[in-house]
Design a protein. Structure first.
Length: 467
């Protein structure tokens, strides 16, 4: 079975990675800070494991279904550790564990199938599918387990082996997940590595890696793509978003306010496809601001381990500084905080849920991805103006339209320049649907059958109809 380290792993003198509890700002554990030179041997073992793993689809299905059961059974250990290092409420951590198990089950039984091509010639052409080999995944800190499984579940189901690197802010729950999965997977099919840069850069550029999947910033995504290009490796990049929500004139503000608020503030706003800008008709603008601000003022902020907590801390000190900077700049430019607008005076990385109004459209809190519990609400005069403003961004991950007339809302949604558009909700995904962005939001497709094909290459067999 897979040889995975325990949660803490063996001591490595002088090479440890402290892990901070964002609810306290204090280190509570550590993980190995592995050296990039270790990757040669790790990837070599992944290549050896690939020979057996790719050969038996039925055994893969059986192993992945057993892995899903193991993850589900380990929820009581995984979820609190995830909350401790990431900060999210415990209920959301349990949901992330459940989603990880569900994704393993979904891909375990997904069959790419075969396809015959007929073009009038007396030749039988059949498209089959083959795995790529050892692949790599680099995962951020906002959804460590869920995003890891979004990468390893289709990759392993396709017959590849994987080396996975979590964020140095959230290594522990991923390492524990690796230990859980080791009970079901053969040795070296999935290997977890942890450490600071240049570990990720070396992994992405390693000549033994055939596909790199990455979720994170556009700047780092470009560096990953450049590294993979050296060995002509394939890349799938999900690079964040600046999703806009457009409210139509016929929207029922009170009816949608809760959904809209949590679409922006779930996981403390640290969601790539969260609502990050709201455009409301000028006539309704003040009412929208107040409805959202009232919810921001009453949301319970605290440690994710406390049962009553609705919003936890920002994950790390650098991200908290970013949120503070964007908000302070907006306020200096004339914006007004209808709720929040400041760091909370307590230990840890807590920021008050913030709703901004009177925000200059060119403010970075509008034009860039703030990735925190801050939401600007902007008025618009005409619908064309709102659509143009929503599309006026370098990102194109998702967007949403909110209103009573669903046909009209769908027509407006069709004008958004993004990979997914929702109507009267936001950031809800099925395991079966494709997920991709446009512009600077990424390259390639994850999710569903598209995610499986992204981990395969076609193999065509030509056979004459007669000897």
């Amino acid at each position: 079975m897979a040889t995975q380290p325990s949660r803490r792993g063996p001591a490595i003198p002088g090479r440890s990675l402290p892990v901070i509890d964002p609810a306290t700002g204090e280190a509570f554990d550590e993980a190995p800070d592995q050296h990039p030179d270790e990757l040669d041997a790790i990837i070599g073992r992944a290549h050896q494991a690939w020979r057996g793993w790719r050969a038996d689809p039925l055994a893969r299905t059986t192993a992945l279904l057993a892995a899903a059961d193991a993850v589900e059974a380990a929820g009581a250990g995984l979820a609190p550790l995830l909350t401790r290092e990431q900060g999210k409420p415990l209920a959301e951590s349990y949901a992330e564990v459940a989603r990880t198990a569900a994704r393993l089950r979904y891909f375990a039984v997904l069959d790419p199938g075969r396809r015959l091509i007929t073009d009038g010639r007396p030749v039988r052409s059949e498209i089959r599918w083959r795995p790529l080999g050892p692949v790599a995944a680099i995962v951020p800190w906002n959804f460590p387990l869920q995003l890891a499984s979004a990468k390893f579940a289709p990759a392993l189901a396709a017959g590849n082996t994987m080396v996975l690197k979590p964020s140095p802010f959230t290594p522990l729950s991923t390492r524990l997940l690796g230990s859980v999965l080791s009970a079901a997977l053969p040795a070296d099919v999935l290997t977890i590595v942890t450490g600071h840069e240049p570990l990720g850069a070396r992994l992405a550029s390693h000549p033994g890696i055939r596909h790199v999947t990455f979720t994170g910033s556009a700047a780092t995504g470009r560096a990953v793509a450049e590294g993979a290009a050296a060995s002509l490796g394939r890349v799938t990049l999900e690079l964040g978003g600046n999703d806009a929500a457009i409210l139509l004139e016929d929207v029922d503000v009170e009816r949608i306010a809760d959904r809209l608020f949590w679409a922006a503030f779930r996981n403390c706003g640290q969601v790539c496809m969260a609502v990050k800008r709201v455009y409301a008709p000028a006539r309704l603008h003040s009412g929208v601001v107040e409805a959202l601000a009232q919810r921001a003022r009453t949301a319970v902020v605290g440690s994710g381990l406390d049962p009553g907590t609705q919003l936890g801390p920002v994950n790390n000190a650098a991200q908290l500084t970013r949120v503070e900077h964007y908000t302070a700049q907006a306020l200096a430019d004339g914006a007004r905080a209808a709720a929040g607008g400041h760091r909370l005076e307590r230990p840890g990385y807590f920021y008050a849920p913030t709703v901004l109004t009177e925000v200059p459209p060119a403010s970075p809190v509008v034009t860039e991805e703030q990735f925190g519990p801050v939401l600007p609400v902007l008025p618009y005069g005409s619908l064309d103006e709102a659509v143009a403003a929503a599309n006026d961004t370098g990102f194109g991950l998702g967007g949403s339209v909110w209103g009573t007339d669903l046909d009209r809302a769908e027509e407006v949604a069709g004008r958004l320049e993004c990979g997914t558009a929702w109507i009267n909700h936001h950031a809800e995904l099925s395991l079966a649907q494709p997920f991709a962005g446009v512009k600077d939001s990424g390259v390639g497709v994850a999710g569903g059958m598209w995610g499986l094909y992204g981990n395969l290459r076609p193999f065509v067999v030509h056979r004459p109809e007669a000897a």
